[in-house]
Write a protein that binds this ligand. Structure first.
Ligand code: AMP
Length: 194
């Protein structure tokens, strides 16, 4: 399965993404992780993106497309979970193009949905230096500005499904599992006519 996982800061996306890739036994394609690893390794890619990561700015769509395309062709031939990607409509279009070329379109775009008030409470309890109230509000606003167009894009393609992210980690994961099962159950088997 190819799944895009989207969630605001503080929604618990990291934990749930890890559990989901373990369950489905698919690679976790986190562009943030890949870029951080490149910076750490001081590779040419790392050198070119370091200032964007340091400044919390988006890396260019062209660089991201290259990174994702290479990864898709390495260990993601039978599916993966996209985390932190796509972040722009251009990236979403590139992803469609890559997957259509492989004749393996996206199965699901999963939104982990948590009300702002709950996010603010959770984030301010984390005690990170970048978790001041104004910063938290900025991060939430930035997320909304960034993802709203993506939601529209995927809603139009009937791929967007929302999961209630409020509750214990197990409760939320059970909801995610149910959703994935439903999507798997309704997908036509490979090779069968649609
Ligand atoms: P993340 O761990 O997903 O929050 O990503 C950390 C940083 O990596 C971001 O602040 C961006 O600088 C960069 N980044 C990660 N994914 C993308 C993406 N899809 N498009 C552009 N920049 C990205």
């Amino acid at each position: 399965m190819y799944i895009v996982f989207i969630g605001p800061p503080g929604a618990g996306k990291g934990t749930q993404a890890n559990r989901l890739v373990n369950l489905l036994q698919i690679p976790h394609l986190s562009t943030g992780e890949m870029l951080r690893a490149a910076v750490q390794a001081e590779s040419p890619l790392g050198t070119s993106v370091k200032k964007f990561l340091d400044g919390g700015k988006l890396v260019s769509d062209k660089i991201i497309a290259k990174v994702v395309c290479e990864r898709l062709e390495s260990d993601c031939n039978n599916g993966c979970l996209f985390d932190g990607f796509p972040r722009t409509i251009t990236q979403a279009e590139s992803l469609d193009e890559f997957l259509n070329r492989k004749a393996t379109p996206l199965d699901l775009v999963l939104e982990l949905s948590v009300p702002d008030e709950v996010l603010k409470r959770r984030l301010s309890g984390r005690g990170r230096t970048d978790d001041g109230v104004a910063t938290i509000e900025n991060r939430i606003e930035e997320y909304k500005a960034l993802t709203t167009p993506l939601f529209d894009y995927y809603r139009q393609r009937n791929l967007l499904r929302s999961v209630d992210g409020v509750g214990s980690q197990d409760e939320v994961f059970d909801r995610i599992k149910d959703l994935v099962d439903r999507v798997r159950g309704s997908a036509p088997a490979q090779g069968e006519p649609t």
